[in-house]
Design a protein. Structure first.
Length: 162
């Protein structure tokens, strides 16, 4: 199960990386074309959509590697048992939070899709980007759930996955 989640999180990280590559090409091309007074129409829209995918794509893999910022000024002074309990509670609460966020973003994507809403400038369907963000939050919730289970099963902190 853990290996499968690792493959999923790395795959979605690759999707985020591809989105970042396209975003950089688009932004660079737009800046270059501005010198010739011919910027791309809708660049702001596409950069926004791609930026959302970049962020969503990195969430789960970053959590698996424990690369998010951790502020433990107070908790470093706690006994190990208290730290374990706090870690378990933290993983459970954040898992629930991101599961709800994922669900609600998916519901929003459904509303956009069924309503036929299009982006303002380019008039493209943008619900696939919304679904992509929902999947990113959903994968993060799954990784947090696995971390929660590991914090219950292993007294030490969950290991970092590469």
């Amino acid at each position: 199960m853990d290996r499968f989640i690792g493959i999923l999180s790395k795959s979605f990280m690759a999707v985020g990386g591809a989105a970042l590559f396209v975003l950089v090409l688009l932004a660079t091309g737009n800046v270059t074309m501005r010198f010739f007074h011919a910027p791309y129409a809708g660049t702001y829209e596409l950069v926004s959509f791609l930026g959302a995918l970049v962020t969503a794509g990195a969430l789960a893999h970053t959590q698996r590697r424990k690369d998010h910022i951790v502020v433990d000024i107070l908790s470093e002074k706690f006994p190990p048992v208290v730290k374990r309990v706090l870690d378990a509670v933290n993983y459970a609460v954040t898992c629930a939070l991101f599961a709800v966020i994922s669900w609600q973003v998916w519901v929003w994507g459904d509303k956009i899709r069924t309503g036929g809403e299009l982006s303002e400038t380019l008039k493209i369907d943008y619900y696939p980007f919304v679904y992509g963000v929902s999947v990113g939050f959903g994968l993060l919730a799954v990784v947090l759930f696995v971390d929660f289970l590991k914090s219950l099963a292993h007294p030490e902190h969950p290991e970092v996955h590469q």
